[in-house]
Design a protein around this ligand. Structure first.
Ligand code: NAD
Ligand code: UDP
Length: 319
């Protein structure tokens, strides 16, 4: 297949490009580097089946030549207001990438009669009242809070994707991605894995927001990409959760990271982000992915972190 990947210079997009190229496909990457970086694709320079277009997906997209699939991953993804990459600090760009970017990429898929895959998110469940989260849950989302620029853009993107599927007959897929981590995340991304690993490697206390009782379920990037690739090849049009159901509190997570890195500096508690809509519990129900894709994660939390730590050490010059 000849495949367009938007958000190609980001954390997930770059791993996705690698996987698609390994499977023998031709990949056209697109990115405007608002939260991603050229280094994530540097190893693909000169690859005979890879090309790159620097472009903002919020504007009309033109890709020369026939495409067989369009994978829309372009969007800021970190909620952290202390990071320059946090979507709270890029509110309009985030809404445009989710809304106009999804419209434009669906248009490209339609013009090419190509398959379309949307990178959606567990955030569409908001601060969930159901636990774990099944795809049938409609969510508990603040429509105008700080996180709404991301959550509502992704909800709109899902609705538009299904509209193109139902009305135009586009062959669409929707993956709801739960917290994923691994090499190529930006050190200053602001999400909890980069923050904690950077602090631990620099032997600083880890900043736990609130009392750390909020939970997340962390998926290693290779597992996620495997699930997405299987979804792309499947015939499933309904949303599918892809994530690791191994749930941990943020406090436990901080202790694990300090143990794995030998950080003696402990933790420090910071103001809770509860008022900013920080979800209190998050865990994917992956029954649908197991049944439809025969997929489940293979990499446990500690193993995934051990695979990720060398990358952060290198980025921080602390090898
Ligand atoms: P990332 O910030 O590393 O990658 C996003 C990429 O999109 C960046 O390279 C950025 O420059 C690019 N981009 C943003 N707006 C753009 C625009 N208007 N035009 C062109 N490029 C643009 O984040 P990520 O973690 O790799 O996330 C990728 C996708 O996966 C996002 O859509 C995100 O919502 C989704 N997602 C990620 C996670 C996760 O845990 N990593 C969880 C849920 C959903
Ligand atoms: N968090 C934290 N310390 C940090 C960064 C994040 O305690 O330095 C918490 C945050 O409050 C949230 C969880 O870790 O409860 C996951 O945050 P992240 O920014 O990774 O993304 P989210 O899962 O909220 O989208």
């Amino acid at each position: 297949m000849r495949i367009l990947v938007t958000g190609a210079a980001g954390f997930l997009g770059s791993h996705l490009c690698d996987r698609l190229l390994r499977e023998g496909h031709e990949v056209v990457g697109m990115d405007n580097f608002i939260t991603g970086r050229p280094q994530n694709l540097a190893h693909l320079a000169g690859h005979p089946r890879f090309s790159f277009i620097r472009h903002d997906v919020s504007n009309f997209i033109f890709v020369p030549g026939k495409l067989d699939a369009v994978l829309h991953f372009a969007s800021p993804a970190s909620p952290n207001a202390h990071s320059p990459y946090g979507y709270v600090n890029l509110p309009i760009q985030t809404m445009k990438a989710g809304a106009l970017g999804t419209h434009n990429t669906l248009g490209v898929a339609r013009a090419n009669k190509a398959r379309f895959l949307l990178a959606s998110t567990s955030e569409i469940y908001g601060d969930p009242l159901e636990h774990p989260q099944k795809e049938t849950y409609w969510g508990h989302v603040d429509p105008n809070g700080l996180r709404s620029v991301y959550d509502e853009a992704k909800r709109f993107a899902e609705a538009l994707t299904m509209a193109y599927h139902r009305f135009h007959g586009i062959d669409t897929r929707i993956v709801r991605i739960f917290n994923t981590y691994g090499p190529r995340m930006q050190v200053d991304d602001g999400r909890v894995v980069p923050n904690f690993l950077k602090q631990a490697i620099c032997q600083e206390p880890l900043t736990v927001y609130g009392d750390g009782s909020q939970t997340r379920s962390f998926c290693y990037v290779d597992d996620l990409i495997e699930g997405i690739y299987r979804l792309l090849l499947s015939d499933e049009h309904n949303p599918v959760n892809i994530g690791n159901p191994q749930e941990t509190t943020i406090l436990e997570f901080a202790h694990i990271i300090n143990r794995l890195t030998g950080n003696p500096a402990g933790i420090v508690y910071k103001a809770s982000l509860r008022s900013e809509g920080d979800p209190q519990r998050r865990q994917p129900d992956i029954t649908r992915a197991r049944q439809i894709l025969g997929w489940e994660p293979q990499v446990g939390l500690e193993e995934g972190l051990m695979r990720t730590i060398p990358y952060f050490k290198q980025e921080l010059g602390k090898e």
